[in-house]
Design a protein around this ligand. Structure first.
Ligand code: ARG
Length: 553
């Protein structure tokens, strides 16, 4: 299958024959891109980049590159604008490739990746932000797995910290805790410092290993974890490979302090133990507070070092944007400690804030929108739409769930994860717009054609092919490249946008070209093949975003 990466290889071969003394820097700037259909299929900037070092005019160099190019797969290769080279594939090449779009990807590196996402805190409710980290993390994991990367996921639940003082106190007073009791006690403690001291005392007993408190802690954690992990089913999130919660690192912190001391990185500041990162514009990083307690940052350092020790060469954190400074500090200290040779490989995959303007969703605490409320409201709206559009749909309750999840996930994944956005129910559920339900609908339409007839026979080479059909074939060949694009900076929205483009073309295709009713045998055979390939590729794409392809809706 031809891809832009392959086209680039052809270009490099031609350049080699020209014996240009090109710098590595210039070579690395040469790219092949997909271009607008009116210009062809691919385009390269090679001549523009190399002109200076080749001491030639870009247009002349472009001409020479073309002369030395293996053109056997192309119908047309021409110079455009100031020195771009545009390529158009032979349609027969596209026909040959049909059904082979989902080839194995080999481009990704073989390093072991730890992908951390979905890190709720015990005894606190799941809010919309937790849905974001789960949805984004899950899509990235699916894309990575498809790309052939070695990736393992970890849900890093917050099961440790001073809040457990309150939780244990609440448990002792009420025999159980939930987030309501916890919130109430928290509020009471604000007015009553004695309660606060009591909670602190309970936590310190837990830290010291007091049996009773330990048992209570375990019970609270177990109940919460079980509750949280329902998200795997509820939202079709792949199972986590690891469950190493915060408490797992409690006993691993002293060693970090030791190595910080050894490297003379730790200094005292106002009674606290800190690392001075002012020269990196990152302020002071507190490791141990003035009251002797450890910090979130220190625990994260222990976490990183532990995982690195297991052979994870790259660690990715899907965490909201408010923690950017935290991760920047951590990566910087790890570098100074010599733990990470290549600090930039690790990354905080930050995500923005979702707001719900004018919504009647309960915001129990502060501005928090609860995950469950969003899911329930989505299902209600979808059930209503299905009732209007297709009341006889088989297996309706399943479809409602799948469409709701799809709508929620696609809406989130089609936005750049870095941006804040305002949730708009009408857009998320617009069956004709850029939405999950629209994508699922296109898949269902393709499926319904194939329920009538299948497309297994061979395709005649001289079959008449429309411009839209050619575009569909070409768009399908981009699949693996688009996975790669989505993974370059871990921006699943780039891949989501591709699927939306593809959906639009597929939709145009089955509206313009009759399939089952076509009387020309060769055309019909070709179209059935195109529907088959389109359905397969598009379905795989939905799957990579964690959206269920539906046969009917
Ligand atoms: N549980 C934390 C919170 O809700 C997020 C943890 C993010 N992961 C990490 N390794 N720090 O704020």
């Amino acid at each position: 299958m031809l891809t832009k990466t392959k086209v680039l290889e052809f270009v490099f071969e031609a350049i080699k024959k020209l014996n240009i003394d090109a710098s590595e820097d210039a070579m690395s700037k040469i790219a092949a891109t997909y271009t607008e259909p009116q210009f062809g299929d691919y385009s390269t900037n090679a001549a523009l980049i190399l002109a200076k070092e080749a001491k030639m005019k870009p247009l002349d160099l472009a001409g020479q590159i073309i002369e030395n190019l293996d053109q056997s797969l192309f119908e047309q290769v021409e110079i455009a604008g100031p020195g771009f080279i545009n390529f158009k594939l032979k349609t027969e090449e596209l026909l040959k490739g049909i059904g082979k779009e989902l080839g194995k990807m080999t481009s990704s590196s073989k390093e072991k990746i730890l992908l951390e996402y979905f890190q709720p805190n015990i005894a606190k409710p799941l809010h919309i932000g937790h849905l974001r980290t789960a949805i984004i993390g899950d899509a990235i994991k699916r894309l990575l797995l498809y790309s052939g990367a070695k990736v393992e996921s970890d849900t890093h639940m917050g099961d440790w910290g001073t809040q457990f003082g309150y939780l244990i106190m609440a448990y002792k007073k009420h025999g159980a805790v939930d987030d309501k009791i916890y919130a109430k006690l928290n509020a009471q403690a604000e007015a009553d410092p004695k309660l606060h001291d009591e909670a602190k005392e309970e936590f310190s007993r837990l830290e010291k290993g007091d049996d009773e408190n330990r048992k209570i802690w375990q019970e609270i954690v177990a109940t919460s974890v079980e509750e949280f992990l329902k998200i795997n089913d509820l939202m079709d999130i792949l199972p986590f490979d690891h469950h190493w919660p915060e408490s797992f690192y409690e006993d691993k912190m002293p060693k970090v302090i030791e190595s910080l001391k050894k490297k003379k990185l730790l200094v005292e500041s106002q009674g606290a133990q800190v690392v001075n990162l002012e020269d990196a514009n990152l302020g002071f990083a507190i490791m141990i507070k003035s009251d002797g307690s450890t910090t979130y940052l220190l625990r994260d350092m222990a976490t990183f070092i532990y995982r690195a020790g297991l052979g994870f060469e790259k660690q990715l954190y899907v965490v909201d944007s408010r923690q950017s400074n935290h991760f920047a500090q951590m990566f910087e200290i790890l570098k100074r400690l010599g733990v990470t040779k290549d600090a930039h490989k690790n990354a905080h995959l930050s995500y923005g804030y979702i707001s719900f303007k004018g919504q009647a969703l309960s915001t129990r605490k502060g501005n928090m929108v609860l995950a469950n409320d969003v899911i329930v409201q989505m299902e209600e709206k979808v059930a209503q739409i299905i009732q209007e559009k297709n009341p006889d749909l088989k297996d309706k309750s399943n479809a409602v769930k799948a469409i709701s999840k799809g709508a929620l996930k696609y809406y989130d994944l089609s936005h750049n994860r870095n941006s804040d956005y305002e949730f708009n129910w009408d857009d998320a559920l617009d069956f004709n717009g850029n939405s999950g339900p629209y994508l699922q609908y296109v898949y269902a339409r393709l499926s319904s054609i194939l329920r009538k007839e299948t497309g297994k026979g061979s395709v005649k080479e001289n079959v008449e092919i429309s411009a839209t059909e050619r575009q569909v074939m070409f768009e399908l060949t981009k699949f693996n490249d688009m996975v790669e694009d989505g993974l370059k900076d871990y921006l699943p929205n780039l891949f989501a946008n591709y699927l939306y483009q593809l959906a639009g073309l597929l939709n145009k295709f089955y509206h313009e070209s009759p399939v089952i009713k076509e009387t020309d045998k060769a055309k019909k055979q070709f179209r059935l093949r195109l529907v088959t390939a389109g359905r397969e590729v598009f379905g795989k794409g939905l799957e990579l975003l964690g959206i269920e392809p539906l046969e009917e809706m």
